[in-house]
Design a protein around this ligand. Structure first.
Ligand code: 5GP
Ligand code: ZN
Length: 137
């Protein structure tokens, strides 16, 4: 447990939340400010700041739980789909530095636009793809 971490405090029961799933390692609860009905957050009780700094062993435990919880949310809400996101770092909008996955249920015609897109040039995409490939460990 990390001192002053809101999500560690929720996991410890020190801050209330509408919990929807809990076991010895995983906790899921409804987001305080939902993007859509049923918007939930899934955390591992082992504190890590963000996705990039989380050991693979922890990710291996949380991802199947996210899948199961998303299925339950879909059934309960009647959602037609869901977005699964994690904000990694302040530039990506992360404000709580305990890894969490957002499950955002989507409803037909809800008009939510989470990822604005723009056109790109093929030559620039190709150069960028090469640069990224070189930097992959
Ligand atoms: P992020 O760090 O990915 O930007 O998002 C943090 C999310 O946690 C936000 O969607 C915010 O509404 C939610 N959140 C922040 N504090 C609390 C809290 O105390 N309880 C609950 N249930 N959600 C919270
Ligand atoms: Zn924490």
């Amino acid at each position: 447990m990390a001192a002053d971490c809101i999500f560690c405090k929720i996991a410890a029961g020190e801050i209330p939340a509408e919990k929807i799933y809990e076991d010895d390692k995983i906790l899921a609860f409804l987001d305080l400010k939902p993007s859509s009905r049923g918007h939930a957050l899934v955390i591992h009780k082992f504190h890590t700041a963000d996705f990039a700094s989380t050991p693979d062993g922890i990710l291996n435990e949380i991802v199947p739980a996210v899948k199961r919880i998303a299925a339950g949310i879909m059934k309960a809400t009647g959602a037609a789909g869901f977005n699964l996101t994690t904000n990694n770092g302040p530039a990506a909008g992360q404000v709580v530095f305990h890894l969490h996955f957002h499950i955002i249920p989507r409803y037909a015609g809800d008009g939510l636009k989470l990822f604005p897109q723009h056109e790109s040039e093929k030559s620039k995409r190709q150069m960028l793809a090469e640069e990224i490939k070189k930097n992959l460990a």
